[in-house]
Design a protein around this ligand. Structure first.
Ligand code: PNS
Length: 171
């Protein structure tokens, strides 16, 4: 059971899952779902990167995330431009949850985690991805879909539909 807060009120445990989500994959959903089981509230935030044009607009990414997280009532979706630690500060979120697929993810993720902790005291918890998704990346999904490859086991049906529409692939 959760310990009571010092003032006796219940403490809401909030976590942030930030990312590009262009588009959301089954690997992302695995991490979001597991975070939702561990925290009272999970905010999934699409971070806008002006220097990176995506296949999907930020609004489309938010809509897809909303569609695929309906099973998790404690998950909300948001869009943000700026530093992840500023988002955490404004929304009173002390923890970032990130999925780690392989050792190759670790260098960059560790650097960001240490920077975010140094900047604002925001901690990052790393969650190993389900091995089923250890190879899975949005960039690969987009490339495979673009050339008509089958990505039906890698993304939820609503994302698959939008990928087919956007890339004009029939697979
Ligand atoms: O899905 P991605 O592309 O791996 O997500 C990367 C993301 C959005 C989580 C990362 O780029 C990020 O945190 N961007 C927000 C801007 C920021 O805070 N940058 C400094 C990180 S130390």
């Amino acid at each position: 059971m959760k310990p009571p807060a010092v003032d006796g009120s219940a403490q809401v445990r909030r976590a942030l899952c930030p990312g590009s989500f262009d588009p959301v994959t089954n690997g992302h959903i695995d991490i979001i779902g597991r975070a939702a089981n561990l925290y009272d509230e999970v905010v999934v935030a699409v971070f806008v990167n002006q220097s990176k044009s995506g296949l999907f607009t930020v609004d489309e990414r938010r809509d897809m995330l909303t569609e695929v997280t309906t099973d998790y009532p404690n998950v909300t979706i948001d869009v943000f431009e700026g530093l992840v630690v500023d988002y955490c500060r404004v929304h009173d979120i002390p923890v970032i949850v990130k999925g780690l697929r392989a050792v190759s993810d670790f260098d960059y993720e560790l650097q960001m985690a240490q920077m975010n902790r140094g900047l604002a005291g925001v901690d990052t918890l790393f969650m190993p991805t389900n091995p089923e998704y250890s190879f899975l990346a949005s960039s690969l999904v987009k490339e495979i879909a673009k050339w008509g490859g089958d990505v039906s086991s890698l993304v939820p049906p609503t994302v698959l539909k939008r990928l087919k529409e956007r890339t004009g692939s029939s697979e």
